[in-house]
Every structure is written in structure tokens, then in C-alpha cells.
Design a protein around this ligand. Structure first.
Ligand SMILES: Cc1ncc(COP(=O)(O)O)c(C=O)c1O
Length: 309
């Protein structure tokens, strides 16, 4: 079955010149060649839920949204095809935009529909607005299922929470600190759900002005039925100019990291986490014996759009 994967490896990174102290890396990037990292974790329970709800002979249609380099769209297109489902991607931008990611989505059978900025914003804030954008929505024969931006459905948290169970089996004790990239904050919230108040999650916001993500963590936990866990810190100063923006220093760091560790990281998500980690270690943010695990959330395909400063 698609989501029956063994636990992702937990690997020790000993090269102290990279970040300044030994670090564990949870290699979720190895979970699946395409549906990798947090996409695998976040899509698992929403897709299993849909599989259980099937009540019509025609395949359901997954509807979701994303930008032209979105890892979520890419993974959803693939997973939908693997389940025999149809998929529609609502893409930010006009129909002239294209990318290798969108080409891959089309190849997996995803139907792409381009939406302007205003509509895209409404998709984020109005839970049922997507229905107004689909001409066939009222067609009774077709079952549509919505996945919000980044796949950050309440059921997504349950899949991410499974990381914690794996860590407990892989180590005698949970790491003191777990670091992860934050876009919608669902992955961070899922980790909190699994930790149930233990350890501390340090989330590195990959976008600018990300203070609002604290409210999102609360909202996501609440919608998924978990308590409002507060054992996390949100770092908002390591965005390097904003979402999918990068700095020369970050690009250099990612290259050096890949060369020295033989682990590929990209500058949109995991690269920003390791960069932040190195800066925090340099500034003495962590007590000397702190055990730290970084979640490698995958998404290397998206780096095809970020190889510029
Ligand atoms: C590779 C990768 N890492 C991290 C994130 C951030 O995850 P979240 O949106 O759950 O905060 C994303 C976006 O979903 C991603 O594609």
C-alpha cells in the first residue's frame, strides 16, 4: 500500500564545521522518491480518509492549490494518480506561467487552472471559495475533495505526529530540540501533536512577516482536536528575503552542506533550517549537551525554481 513505508532513517551528522555540533537528521526526504518529506506525512491521512468515503463508481477528484514550484502540488498530482483519483491544481498566476513542476503535474494527469492573486488570497481565507472556481462543481456524479494550501488539512497533523513515534523507537530518549521549516506551520503543529508537550520544536519560518504563524499553530491544533501546545519557538529572522527568496550566503551554505555531508538540501526550506541552526549554535543559543534533530522535509524538486539569488 502506498503509505506503508518503513520509518525514515535517523542519521547522525558529525561534521562539526557544518553546524558546530553533532546533529541528528530525520531523513523524511527518503520516504518516497516523489511524495517525499512532509508531503508524504501530510497527505497520508487525508487520502486514506477519502479512500474510506468513496461512495460512487467514478473516481473522486482532489482539488488543491499552489504556486508554480509547489512541492505540495507535485506530490498531490503523483499521489492522486497512484490512488486512481483525478486531480485539479488551482495555480497562482496567469495561464502564461509554466515550470518544470507544472509540467510534471500535467504529466501525472493533474488538470491545471490558473487563478489571479485576489482569488488565490480568497482560497486561503474562505474555506469553500474553491467551489466557485470549478465549473463542474455542481455535477453530482463527481466527488470533489479539497486539500488546502500545502496539504495542511487537519488530518495532515496525524501523519506528521507519526514522526515522534518513530523517533521514540530510534533513540532511547526523544531529542531535546526538533527543528523544522515552517510554511503553513502544519508540520510544526503535527510535531507538537505527536510530542504531547515533550521536548521543544524550533520552527524556522521560510517567509517574511511570519508572526501570524503562531495563530495558525493554535488554529491547526484546535481543528485537529489537539490541545494548544506551546512547547515551541518560532524563528522569524531566517527567511533570507522571503518565501522562495535566497541570499548568496544561503546558496553557498547549501552547496557546502551538500558537498560535505552528501545530503542534498535546498534553499527554500531545509537549507534555511540548517543555516539558522548554524547561526544559533554560533551564538550559544543551545546549552552544550542539547540533543537536536532536524526534520529533512524533502521537496528537492522545488529547488529547480530557486537556483537563483
Ligand atoms: C519541503 C518542504 N518543507 C517544509 C514545508 C513547510 O511545511 P508546512 O507548510 O507544513 O509548514 C513545505 C511546505 O509545505 C515543504 O514543501
Amino acid at each position: 500500500m502506498f503509505f506503508d513505508a518503513p520509518p525514515s532513517p535517523l542519521q547522525l551528522l558529525e561534521h562539526s564545521e557544518l553546524v558546530g555540533m553533532p546533529i541528528w537528521i530525520k531523513r523524511d526526504d527518503l520516504l518516497h522518491p516523489i511524495v517525499s518529506g512532509n508531503k508524504f506525512r501530510k497527505l497520508k491521512y487525508p487520502l486514506l480518509r477519502i479512500a474510506q468515503q468513496l461512495d460512487s463508481p467514478s473516481p473522486p477528484t482532489l482539488v488543491t492549490m499552489g504556486g508554480m514550484w509547489s512541492n505540495h502540488l507535485h506530490a498531490t498530482a503523483f499521489a492522486a494518480q497512484a490512488f486512481g483519483y483525478q486531480s485539479i491544481g488551482l495555480i497562482r498566476g496567469d495561464s502564461g506561467v509554466n515550470s518544470a513542476t507544472l509540467d510534471d503535474c500535467r504529466q501525472q494527469g493533474m488538470q491545471l487552472q490558473f487563478v489571479d492573486r485576489t482569488s488565490y488570497r480568497r482560497l486561503r481565507t474562505e474555506p469553500l471559495f474553491w467551489q466557485q472556481l470549478l465549473p463542474d462543481f455542481s455535477c453530482r456524479l463527481q466527488q470533489f475533495h479539497w486539500l488546502p494550501e500545502g496539504g495542511s488539512d487537519p488530518d495532515a497533523l496525524r501523519g506528521v505526529a507519526e514522526i515522534v513515534g518513530e523517533l521514540e523507537l530510534q533513540q532511547p530518549k526523544l531529542p531535546d530540540v526538533i527543528m523544522v521549516a515552517c510554511g503553513t506551520a502544519a508540520t510544526l503543529a503535527g510535531l507538537l501533536a505527536g510530542l504531547k508537550g515533550r521536548s521543544t520544536v524550533v520552527g524556522v519560518a521560510v517567509l517574511k512577516n511570519a508572526e501570524y504563524l503562531r495563530g495558525e499553530v493554535t488554529r491547526l491544533l484546535k481543528h485537529a482536536g489537539y490541545p494548544d501546545y506551546q512547547n515551541y519557538q518560532l524563528l522569524t529572522d531566517f527567511h533570507h528575503g522571503g518565501y522562495a527568496k535566497s541570499s548568496f550566503a544561503l546558496q553557498q551554505f547549501c552547496l557546502q552542506f551538500c558537498e560535505q555531508s552528501a545530503i542534498m538540501i535546498e534553499p527554500v526550506y531545509t537549507g534555511k533550517v540548517f543555516y539558522a541552526l548554524r547561526e544559533l549554535v554560533k551564538s550559544g543559543y543551545f546549552a552544550p549537551q542539547t540533543s537536536i534533530a532536524v526534520i529533512h522535509t524533502g521537496g528537492l524538486q522545488g529547488a529547480r525554481g530557486s537556483l537563483r539569488v
